[in-house]
Design a protein. Structure first.
Length: 496
């Protein structure tokens, strides 16, 4: 593992122009991992120039789509070959359990490159029936230079989700990696270079939002922005991008409802409720953080839920038996504690957790126990706002109509889960609940072939699957005149 990481610009790892660096720490121990070059405005300018030159003068978007696809697949193979190293690095940088980074984050990152590598030569337009005198067809063309801004909660996976489809479509990119978890994004850039992806196609500039992030969003030579993060930052990005009319894709926050009916497989629903909120320490935008239980099953379900949740192993993220690792930072930990305090102040009942774990191994890191509140009302702060931590709010409902109303009574609309054996009810609620992803008899499902994005304040546009091809290309319409006669509009009317 390197002790110093530098910016990746035009195929070279370089220091920042200012010479500034920042340190990334292990949130489980507080120990320093590495120093990282801090990208600023001048570095963003340099990266945009490199990406523009690679797009305009380089071989990438004019290369055979099949050849471009082979390079993406090769990059996926390099990620697989380095999977152990990358998983450890993500675990150290983000506090994620090693089982999660090993079994999900890293292999799925490889799968994104392989999936979009296979799609490169399948990006096509349409021939449209506009009459016998014309041939009309569309082309899907890359935007050109795309700015990507990723969140810290899934470092390598968030980077892969954006880089792979963007470059598969022929774009060249600048990724502004989070200052909290920059390391595997840089390693992903290295894998792209090793695969033979031309210099300047993938540039990675770690830095802070107010400097590198704003410079990237406001840059006149950036054609599109794709961002994952908070609603607050998303609004600022939309405002800034509007000055240059950039196309913007935003994947923002969530407060996802998880609705359980009496006829559901209760055992499966209990496991689903746990899986919906506690993995990755609850630091997931689509986490099922509002659990709605039908009043007839509420008490028994809650009791069994607490019993199983109490057994979740909180510990060293590098230990293979750890299920819940470290919170990303002290600032985030304090935010979680503030929400728990507000829940108590507003009258919710704390049923589990609500504190730091006790033990020598937890003294230097940022840890929090799985936390469950009951007697929650939909207007309480813990039910309205995204906590981004292992905190579950449990609410009651009486019937389908109330379940839909309560589920939709939020500014967010990223995901929702429905547990029932009644197929008619399942599809009815899937239609009525306003969310970008609906899970029936499961929670927080995620895959490279499925579109992902939100309704309302949860975002703009879709990523992943074929939807990402639309996200990272623009449509050009072409008309060809096939008529043997000219358009005689200019002739005097009486001669027509």
């Amino acid at each position: 593992m390197e002790k110093k990481y530098r910016l990746l610009i035009e195929g070279k790892f370089v220091d920042s122009i200012s010479g500034k660096e920042f340190t990334t720490y292990n949130p489980a121990t507080g120990e320093k991992i590495a120093d990282v070059a801090e990208g600023g405005t001048e570095d963003i300018n340099r990266a945009v120039k490199a990406a523009r030159q690679a797009f305009e003068e380089g071989p990438w978007h004019t290369m055979s789509p099949t050849e471009r696809g082979k390079l993406l697949v090769k990059a996926g193979g390099i990620i697989r070959r380095k999977s152990k190293e990358l998983a450890i690095l993500d675990t150290l940088d983000a506090g994620k359990p090693i089982n999660d980074t090993t079994s999900v984050d890293v292999p799925m990152s490889a799968e994104f490159f392989e999936y979009y590598g296979g799609l490169c030569d399948k990006i096509c337009g349409e021939t449209l029936p506009v009459g016998n005198d014309f041939l009309n067809y569309t082309r899907r063309e890359p935007y050109g230079v795309v700015g990507l801004l990723t969140a810290w909660n899934f470092p390598i996976l968030n980077a892969a989700i954006k880089i792979a489809p963007a470059i598969a479509c022929g774009n060249c990119v600048i990724l502004k990696a989070s200052e909290l978890t920059p390391l595997t994004a840089l390693e992903l850039g290295r894998a792209c270079l090793e695969a033979g992806i031309p210099e300047g196609v993938v540039n990675v500039v770690p830095g802070f939002g107010k400097t590198a992030g704003e410079a990237l969003v406001e840059h006149l030579d950036v054609d599109k922005i794709a961002f994952t993060g908070s609603c607050k930052t998303g609004r600022r990005i939309m405002q800034a991008a509007s000055k240059t009319f950039k196309h913007v894709t935003l994947e923002l926050g969530g407060k996802s409802p998880n609705v359980v009916f009496p006829d559901a497989d209760i055992e499966a629903a209990i496991y689903g409720a746990i899986f919906g909120i506690f993995p990755n320490q609850g630091q997931e935008c689509c986490a099922s953080s509002r659990l709605f239980l039908h009043e007839s099953i509420h008490d028994e379900f809650l009791e069994r839920l607490i019993e199983k949740s109490r057994k979740i192993k909180v510990g060293n993220p590098l230990s293979e038996d750890t299920q819940l690792g470290a919170i990303i930072s002290g600032k985030q930990l304090e935010k979680i504690k503030g929400y728990v305090a507000s829940g108590l102040e507003e009258g919710a009942s704390l049923k589990l957790g609500g504190r730091n774990p006790v033990g020598v191994e937890f003294k230097k890191g940022f840890f929090y126990l799985p936390t469950i509140f009951s007697d929650v009302k939909n207007d309480m702060k813990i039910a309205r706002e995204e906590i981004f931590g292992p905190v579950l709010s449990v609410l009651k409902f009486r019937d389908e109509k109330e379940a839909v109303r309560l589920a939709n009574e939020t500014q967010y609309g990223l995901a929702a889960a429905i547990w029932t054996k009644d197929i008619k009810r399942a599809h009815l609620l899937a239609r009525e609940i306003k969310a970008g992803s609906i899970y029936i008899n499961d929670t927080t499902l995620f895959g490279w072939a499925a579109p992902f994005g939100g309704y309302k304040a949860s975002g703009v546009g879709r990523e992943m699957g074929m939807a990402a091809i639309d996200t990272y290309t623009q449509t050009k319409d072409v008309w060809v005149n096939l008529s043997p006669e000219p358009n005689r509009w200019a002739d005097p009317l009486e001669s027509k």
